[in-house]
Structure formats: structure tokens, C-alpha cells
Ligand binder design. Sequence first.
Ligand code: 5GP
Length: 125
Amino acid sequence: MAIDPAQPYDDQNIFAKILRGEIPCNKAYEDEWSLAFHDIAPQAPQHILVIPKGSYVSWDDFSQRAGADEIAGFVRAVGKVARDNGLVQPGYRLLANVGKDAGQEVPHLHVHLFGGKPLGRMIAA
Ligand code: 5GP
């Protein structure tokens, strides 16, 4: 079910539990600001999620409240994960769902990285 992006941060969401190590993930990268792991239900040959370590519901929340260091660290992590996984040359797609119309399901900001094949239309017909 899609989440309300204006809701307060819920520290029982699944990605908060992954960040605390309470449930496992297939980790792709970690640094001071970010964690990246493979999506449990991949929608492309490569489908990696990158999340900030801070408690942000969505891109909307992050872009308003995060500090400059957090934003820079997160953006750099997204780029590094793409490079480290060989996605730059063939190409890849970034996606961040925000709220109901986008179908955001997990109320912790995550950027999807898709790659490994031609990705087709940007938005389904
Ligand atoms: P959203 O629709 O919120 O943008 O995307 C949520 C994504 O999280 C989905 O692609 C879904 O497959 C993924 N996901 C949900 N629960 C888990 C989990 O426990 N582990 C991992 N690795 N991915 C998850």
C-alpha cells in the first residue's frame, strides 16, 4: 500500500530495520551516509536500492531537512554504486517514488538504480 509522504518518520519501517541490522540485506555498499542493497524483488537484471542512514520518509523530506553533508554523501554514494556495478557505460536509471501517485511503499527514502538491459519507456504507457 502506498504511504503518505507527509507522515512522521516510522522507525519500524523495513529499511530502518535493515539499517539497524535487525533484518538481513544483500549489501552492495555502505559508507558514513548511505547503505545500498539489492532489491528483494528485482525489476531489472540489476536493481539496487540506495538509502540514506538518516531518518527521512521520502525525497521530499530529505530535500527539506537533510544537511549539506548528508545530501552530498548520499548523492555521491548513488553515483559510486552505479559506477562500482558497471552501470555507467551501458546506462542506468534512477528512480525515487514519493507518495501515493508514485506508489511509494516503504517510508524511508530510497533511490532505485536499475540497469543491465535496455530499460524501455520512462513511464509505463
Ligand atoms: P517503493 O515502491 O517504495 O519505491 O519501493 C520499495 C522497494 O523495496 C520495492 O522494490 C521492494 O521490492 C523493496 N523491498 C521491500 N521490502 C524489502 C526488503 O525487506 N528487502 C529488500 N532488499 N528490498 C525490499
